[in-house]
Write a protein that binds this ligand. Sequence first.
Ligand code: AMP
Length: 233
Amino acid sequence: MTFQFPDSKALWGFKIFLNIIILGQAGSGKGTQAGILAKRYGLDHFDTGKLLRQVARMDGDLGREIHEIINVKKELVPSRILKEIVQLRLSDMPREQGIVFDGVPRNSEQAGYFSETLKEFGRKIDKVFFVNISGEESIRRISFRRVCKDCKKVFIMGKDIRKETDRCLDCGGEIMHRIDDTIEGIKKRLRVFEEETMPVINSYKREGILVEIDGGQTIEKVSNDVAKNIEIQ
Ligand code: AMP
């Protein structure tokens, strides 16, 4: 299986050399926080869901397979695909580049080979953030989430945009729901999180590298809580 990352890039403006994981339920704001962390500390942002959605839009067997899993079945992609994506990204990156891993590992099997792969590349997991929100808050937030059909920028209805017919503020593209953001899709993803990702979070807690953050706060408060825990590293 060979494919190119659609937006593969190695960033060099690093300030800290940590390998950080951010996990959280759908709508927890983990992607937003990972983006802020990446900017603040010069980390590369490894956005697993975004990478998979990009590959899912590509022509070919792999694209179709991933589309079926993430958009139709709303399940986790199989390990062989994820392994390849993680390895490709790490081999593309100088060792001194810190990384924020957003949305991986999501089950115990992934956690096992994820730490092994990091080790192979001379890295280790320094810190894991769990941005925690309730199931009700997850459903509430996702029901307001919209995305630009063309540039994929995310907007919040009632905050960034006012009505369904508004256009993308960046590129003028049409605004829509993310394909997997249906109520039944969110409920399924919350179940998968509870059953498969919570055991991973609990094991990082036992290792003493987990920091739980209240994701129900404002974006700024959450990012300050994250930063405080990075700076006391
Ligand atoms: P997200 O953007 O984090 O909500 O992820 C969107 C979808 O991508 C998930 O519902 C999964 O189907 C898939 N996905 C994201 N991260 C992973 C992962 N670590 N392992 C397997 N599938 C994943």
